[in-house]
Design a protein around this ligand. Structure first.
Ligand SMILES: *Cc1c(COP(=O)(O)O)cnc(C)c1O
Length: 460
């Protein structure tokens, strides 16, 4: 076991205390939160695995860079520093900062919707991407490989496009009705599963063949590059940055939430290969929604922190440790017989709650039951990804049954140690050993939209 996982490639210079509560306190805290972990205060959470978005720790170099941020409204030095890093990694000609990933989406995605009845095609659209596709009047279709829904069997690249399905969909809908192809790396909604370079190359060929724009949703492109190095033939001796560069060579634009592989708490990126007309249109829209094009809703100091963070996230030692942490937690749970998505992806471990608590029907939310039991056991906050998140059918108003009932244990970047992960694993094993006692939940209050955030529940 000693040799299997890599120790933290950093030492700790500044600490943030976290508070352990008693089980009795947590029972009351959860009840007061309406049995919805989103309503818990961060102070009442011991280990917070809600998300890896904007929750990472910055390095001394990033904090140092913040001191030289240039807060000029126009033409900030920080902008030019960030621009040069983004161009260096992507090879693209045009760059614009935005406040976060969805800022990039709201500025960029409507530009390619030119008439009624159009579609974006993705391996899987992330939630906010889908929302912005639909707000722009288009529809979002997913063309992911079928093996993505097989939780048990090993496949190195479960995030891939199904190439046949992609081409079939283009022919079926008509190439003039496709706004663009969105390559999401890693595939967030598929559990942070990677996409192979071969798959990206083939998707690019298909895009070129039909004259369709190819866009990378690159929130976790560095993690994806690491998986390629580890798993894809011919990439073992390549530098991560060169793998990233090849990745961007197979697309025409990048939209990125910098809250993940940008290693910052807030920020986003639009980069465009060479389409000046498209870039000008994006700039016009960005001024109205995000800010002047040389700050895009960010402080100068944020842009400097991001310029440094982007390069740090491509460091192989950092990435190996990051992916190792996720693998460590996954391995500990699997060794105890807990059903999880295998292999684990880049940013989280997904527990299969349908298999773990089959006595709870989907509309009593098995993953919420497991998530709440884990919080009560050890003050660990995870998140439900299942039928509660999915919502109701707008026509019949019935609860939709999710294909998978998952609980996500999301690992923030550079924040927790292996000892923290042991606390999580031990608590999860306890929940697993008492799984037959788990009971479902009914709504106390059901919020009409995005119900998982604000609804309250009562135990059945
Ligand atoms: C997080 C994320 C987004 C949205 O980014 P925000 O910064 O949260 O607005 C879009 N796509 C993917 C793949 C993401 O992971």
């Amino acid at each position: 076991m000693n040799k299997k996982y890599m120790a933290e490639p950093y030492r700790i210079k500044m600490v943030e205390s976290i508070r352990q509560t008693t089980k009795e306190e947590r029972i009351t805290l959860l009840k007061n939160a309406g049995y919805n972990p989103f309503s818990l205060r961060s102070d009442d959470v011991y280990i917070d695995l809600l998300t890896d978005s904007g929750t990472g720790a910055m390095s001394q170099e990033q904090w140092g860079a913040m001191m030289i941020g240039d807060e000029a409204y126009a033409g900030s030095r920080s902008f030019y520093r960030l621009e040069s890093v983004v161009k260096n990694i992507t090879g693209y000609k045009y760059f614009m900062p935005v406040h976060q990933g969805r800022g990039a989406e709201q500025v960029f995605l409507p530009q390619l919707v030119t008439h009624k009845g159009m579609y974006y095609l993705s391996n899987i659209h992330f939630d906010t991407t889908r929302a912005h596709v639909e707000l722009a009047g288009a529809r979002a279709l997913d063309c992911v490989t079928e093996c993505c829904y097989d939780l048990k069997n090993y496949h190195p690249f479960k995030g891939n496009f199904d190439l046949e399905l992609l081409e079939k969909t283009i022919l079926e809908k008509g190439k003039e009705n496709i706004c663009g192809i969105i390559m999401t790396i890693t595939n967030n909604s598929a559990g942070g599963q990677p996409v192979s370079m071969e798959n990206m190359r083939e998707v690019h060929k298909i895009a070129k063949k039909y004259g369709i724009m190819n866009i990378i949703d690159g929130a976790r492109y560095a993690e994806n590059s690491f998986f390629i190095k580890e798993r894809e033939k011919g990439y073992q001796d390549k530098d991560i940055i060169d793998i990233a560069r090849e990745t961007y060579s197979y697309a025409d634009a990048l939209l990125m939430s910098a809250k993940k592989d940008g290693l910052v708490n807030m920020g986003g990126i639009i980069a465009i290969r060479d389409d000046k007309c498209l870039f000008d249109k994006c700039r016009t829209r960005a001024v109205a929604y995000e800010g002047f094009p040389t700050y895009g809703g960010l402080n100068g100091r944020d842009m400097d922190a991001l310029a440094v963070g982007l390069m740090e996230a491509l460091d192989e030692n950092y990435l190996r440790h990051r992916i190792d942490q996720v693998r460590y937690l996954g391995d500990r749970l699997m060794e105890a017989g807990i059903p999880i998505q295998y292999p684990v992806g880049g940013h989280a471990v997904f527990v299969d709650c349908k298999a773990l608590a089959p006595q709870i029907p989907y509309d009593q939310f098995p993953s919420l039951a497991v998530t709440n039991a884990l919080y009560i056991e050890a003050g660990v906050r995870a998140v439900e990804i299942g039928s509660l998140l999915l919502g109701r059918d707008p026509d019949t108003n019935k609860n939709i049954e999710a294909k998978l009932e998952l609980m996500r244990l999301t690992i923030p970047r550079r924040v927790y140690t292996y000892n923290h992960l042991d606390v999580v694993a031990d608590a999860m094993i306890h929940v697993f050993e008492h799984r037959h006692e788990l009971k479902g939940y009914a709504f106390d209050y059901e919020s009409p939209i995005l119900r998982h955030f604000t609804s309250t529940f009562k135990p059945i």
